[in-house]
Write a protein that binds this ligand. Structure first.
Ligand code: ADP
Ligand code: MG
Length: 283
């Protein structure tokens, strides 16, 4: 008896200690670097010893394929998790990169929004699935970070990810209309915070596809910093051809070419994210 109660309380304390930090990588604009950031930040975090799960919540499934996971129609995916046909545990695939796992998506997600409308706790389907996984006591699923790659929309899939998250990380492309739509996104964050998930914080805003040769990039970066201040990470992700080539090899850029400027930037971003998580946790 003594032994049983000891292991039970021990398991509980381990799961509390190992509570993952859940970060939604979101921006309703497409093509701003959400998926690239989820994959490469995830890889950089795993490289420094964190245990990472990437949940692909975009029907396009670029995070899954970018990690070299072939998508099969028959596969169980994040869709099945949301509609309650599978547990998160059952759909997770090892990426081949140490300490980095992925819950892939399938095209079924395209119809998920309509289907979810009929469910109880429709905005908490992902949060509930993560909680069930944590409580399962399966130590192989003790992640220190869970990154959710969101679709380019403020739909129910994105709301599910914001309801589950501790924080949102927003990739912002260094282009003329960078700030357009951002206020809508921040309003959504506030609304989620006041209704669905009071603990939701802003991890930060990362400037992506920064082009040193283009003075517009410099101008946009300056404008964004003047509006958002220290919400913007010091690290800027440069436009780098190696970053855009890597997904076609089914690899994060850190594996494809770990010395290139894009890889180096994602390693710096990972250390900034870890530092901010420590501060958020301490707050
Ligand atoms: P989102 O997920 O927001 O739609 P992606 O991460 O898929 O955006 O990026 C859009 C496109 O831009 C992809 O083709 C990707 O390879 C490319 N891309 C992203 N970041 C960079 C970068 N730093 N340098 C060059 N190309 C990039
Ligand atoms: Mg994407």
């Amino acid at each position: 008896m003594r032994k049983a109660s000891y292991s039970k309380s021990r398991r509980r304390s381990v799961s509390i200690q190992n509570k993952p930090r859940i970060i939604a990588v979101a921006n309703q604009k497409g093509g701003v670097g959400k998926t690239t950031t989820a994959i490469n930040l995830g890889t950089a975090l795993a490289a420094v010893g964190e245990t990472v799960l990437i949940i692909d919540l975009d029907p396009q499934g670029n995070a899954s394929t970018g990690l070299g996971i072939a998508r099969k129609a028959s596969q169980k995916s994040s869709y099945h998790v949301l509609i309650g046909e599978a547990s998160l545990d059952q759909v997770i695939i090892e990426s081949g990169i140490p300490r980095l796992h992925c819950a892939p998506s399938t095209m079924d997600l395209l119809g998920a929004e309509l289907e979810l409308a009929e469910f109880d706790r429709k905005a908490y389907r992902l949060a509930d699935a993560i909680k069930t996984m944590q409580e399962s006591g399966n130590t192989a699923r003790n992640y220190s970070y869970i990154l959710v790659d969101c679709p380019p929309s403020l739909n129910l899939l994105t709301i599910n990810s914001l309801s589950a998250a501790d924080a949102i990380l927003v990739p912002l492309q260094c282009e003329f209309f960078a700030l357009e739509g951002l206020s809508q996104l921040l309003k959504t964050v506030e609304r989620v915070k006041s209704t669905l998930n009071p603990r939701l914080a802003i991890q930060g805003v990362v400037l992506t596809m920064f082009d040193r040769r283009n003075s517009l990039s410099e101008q946009v970066a300056e404008d964004v910093r003047s509006v958002l201040g220290d919400k913007v990470y010091q690290t800027v992700i440069p436009r780098n051809v190696r970053v855009s080539e890597a997904p076609s090899y089914g690899k994060p850029v850190l594996l494809y070419d770990n010395g290139c400027l894009g890889s180096q930037a994602y390693i710096r971003l990972a250390s900034e994210v870890i530092r901010r998580e420590r501060d958020l946790r301490a707050a």
